[in-house]
Design a protein around this ligand. Structure first.
Ligand SMILES: C[S@@+](CC[C@H](N)C(=O)[O-])C[C@H]1O[C@@H](n2cnc3c(N)ncnc32)[C@H](O)[C@@H]1O
Length: 306
């Protein structure tokens, strides 16, 4: 049977596997399996007997990763679902020696017109990572008023011209073509001559809204630390300043940064975690040749041994 090709260039690969502190054996979780690029490196770095569980909500990604990683036999298992539900999805496989979240979308999701994310190839106005659950962007737009859409574009897309774009988009409903929507946004925005497509921020915001990306991250940051074994590490790669801020604050809170101290400067309650990366590692520092890594930042947290 023919499968569509799944080309995704993994970001910060070397830095991620190094900071996850891979070693033979153990149990590992990749919450964003995608094409299996990071997963394969984890399986290699934990050979001969490390086990890896992968989660993704995109059936195409699961199929592609399954083909790529079939040579690893029983060492690799995949489950379909959202990483915000990881506590329920992993069952009795926890605790983990390492958990990875490589946020956002994969290149095949962005590039295939039929998925509805693309600014270059026409398709339905969809943008769901899991095409069988939730509502497509077209339905989201049908249910919004101008203020609601402008808020999404402003908060998730950091779009300065949110209000006028929202007005034009709502006037053009119903939307059945991504290229027509992108064209409407471009005209309403009044941006000319910029390097990126004028609808980039709008598409990003709609994608994040329809997939509840910040809600998913919030739930994962709440649950993942408890699924780590003593000494286990949580690595998160984010591509958006709002996501990175959430990761930074949660990691600082868990590692006791800014927590109350006694008169000698010792923490009142000793933290159970420590920061492995103080400031995080950027794509520009650790993966400069990879254009996908340009806006990436990797942060790693470690559960202290009991
Ligand atoms: C950037 S790609 C991961 C690429 C992968 N690390 C690799 O090297 O091939 C992100 C993947 O995470 C998935 N994803 C994003 N948010 C998710 C969520 N909340 N739950 C499950 N999967 C999610 C997407 O469907 C996509 O396949």
């Amino acid at each position: 049977m023919d499968h569509p090709p799944f080309h995704h260039q993994s970001v910060l690969l070397d830095a991620t596997v190094e900071l996850l502190d891979l070693r033979p054996g153990g149990t590992w979780l990749d919450g964003t399996l995608g094409g299996g690029g990071h997963a394969e490196r984890i399986l290699q770095g934990t050979a001969p007997d490390g086990l890896l569980l992968g989660i993704d909500r995109d059936p195409q990604a699961l199929a592609a990763a399954g083909r790529r990683l079939s040579a690893y036999g029983d060492r690799f298992r995949a489950v379909r679902g959202a990483f915000g539900d990881m506590a329920a999805l992993v069952g009795d496989r926890a605790p983990f020696d390492g958990i990875l979240l490589d946020l956002g979308v994969s290149s095949p999701q962005l590039d295939q017109g039929a998925r509805g994310f693309s600014l270059q190839h026409d398709g339905p106005v969809d943008m769901r990572m899991d095409p069988e659950h939730g509502q497509p962007v077209a339905a989201l737009l049908d249910g919004l008023d101008e203020a609601g859409l402008a808020r999404i574009l402003h908060e998730l897309g950091e779009e300065p011209r949110a209000r006028r774009i929202a007005r034009a988009v709502l006037a053009g409903r119903p939307w059945t073509s991504t290229l027509a929507l992108a064209d409407c946004v471009a005209r309403a925005s009044g941006y000319h001559g910029s390097r990126v497509h004028p609808a980039t921020r709008t598409f990003q915001a709609l994608r994040m809204a329809v997939n509840d990306e910040l809600g998913q991250l919030d739930r994962a940051l709440r649950d993942a630390p408890d699924l780590l074994a003593p000494g286990g590490r949580l690595a998160v790669i984010s591509f958006h300043s709002l996501e990175d801020r959430m990761v930074k604050h949660r990691f600082r809170e868990l590692s006791g940064v800014g927590a109350p101290t006694d008169a000698y400067g010792a923490p009142l309650a000793p933290p159970a975690f420590e920061l492995v990366t103080r400031k995080g590692l950027t794509g520009a520092e650790a993966d400069p040749a990879n254009p996908r890594a340009r806006s990436a930042r990797l942060r790693v947290l470690r559960r202290l041994p009991a």
